[in-house]
Design a protein around this ligand. Structure first.
Ligand code: AMP
Ligand code: MG
Ligand code: MG
Length: 283
């Protein structure tokens, strides 16, 4: 069974928008989080700040109407890179990473948009490689899926519908990021009371990762390649071409065989992989 988390960090971005198509690139204007202990059934702490958009610094009237975030709020706010650094420091301050930097929590979002769409777009707009962030930012729990596991007959999974289904009132203002986070946290606690398991439901697709420079070693020969898609099949194909023989096995820097796409997603650039053809000695 996949791991269930007993600590989740609710995240709910607000971003530049308009009544039709949003500005391009869309940028985060509010970056709030709420740390929830599902085990102790409590909100532990919250983090929240506005963010100053730089590509489209003027908020539309529609955006302020929707989110209640005002022009003067974002004008006085730090830029995304600084807020991201503060957010990471806040997570670290709560002991949410172990000694190896591995996360001991998962992000919880209402839908997939925040970490699947908005964070990659915002990082690209700010010139921040998505892989320079801890991998926790590239995987998440979608509250809607947790909700549907518990309330199987539910027809809609908007935040308001989920609150209503669980007998909870909306608190604060819908579409204000910090208020949305607190309401999502209340939903999570209510679902935990009903026995919900909080397992990862999504992770960033390989197509969002940058090209990966690697060294491939076969016997004494070392070749440099650029892996465009982080798929094992792509790697085997590329390696077979480079070494002019069918490569059937790849061993990662940790000495373990790479058997699916997952280890490639988080492999650091310039890693050295050992590759083997069908008849190569195994060592
Ligand atoms: P939410 O977390 O539901 O408050 O939405 C996150 C972001 O999605 C908002 O900050 C907007 O950028 C965008 N958004 C949400 N609802 C709408 C809407 N009705 N029209 C345009 N953009 C929206
Ligand atoms: Mg949201
Ligand atoms: Mg929101």
């Amino acid at each position: 069974m996949p791991a269930a988390f007993d600590r989740v960090v609710v995240l709910d971005f607000e971003a530049t928008c308009d009544s039709g198509t949003p500005p391009s690139p869309q940028e985060v204007i509010e970056f709030p989080s709420v740390l929830v202990s599902l085990r102790d059934r409590e909100v532990v702490d919250s983090f929240g700040t506005f963010v100053r958009p730089v590509h489209h610094p003027t908020l539309s009237a529609f955006c302020t109407e929707l989110t209640t975030v005002r022009q003067q709020d974002v004008d006085a706010a730090p830029v995304f890179a600084d807020v991201l650094a503060a957010h990471r420091a806040w997570l670290e301050g709560h002991g949410l990473f172990d000694g190896q930097g591995r996360e001991r929590f998962a992000f919880l979002t209402c839908g997939d948009w925040d970490l699947q769409t908005m964070l990659p777009v915002q990082c690209a707009a700010a010139g921040i490689p998505i892989t320079s962030l801890p991998r926790a930012y590239r995987r998440w729990i979608n509250l809607k899926k947790v909700f549907l596991d518990v309330v199987r007959k539910a027809k809609t999974t908007s935040m308001l519908a989920m609150l209503q289904a669980l007998g909870l009132e909306l608190q604060g203002t819908h579409h204000r990021g910090i208020d949305d986070c607190h309401n999502i946290a209340r939903l999570a606690l209510a679902l935990a009371d009903r026995g919900a398991r909080f397992e990862l439901t999504g992770k960033l697709a390989a197509s969002h990762y940058p090209e990966l420079p690697l060294e491939l070693q076969r016997g004494d020969r070392v070749e440099r390649i650029f892996l465009k898609k982080r798929h094992l099949a792509s790697l085997l194909g590329l390696a077979s071409g480079v070494f002019r023989t069918k490569i059937v096995r790849v061993v990662g820097p940790d000495g373990a065989a790479i058997e699916d796409d997952d280890p490639l997603a988080e492999l650091p650039p310039e890693s050295r992989l050992r590759v083997f053809g069908a008849r190569d000695p195994a060592t």
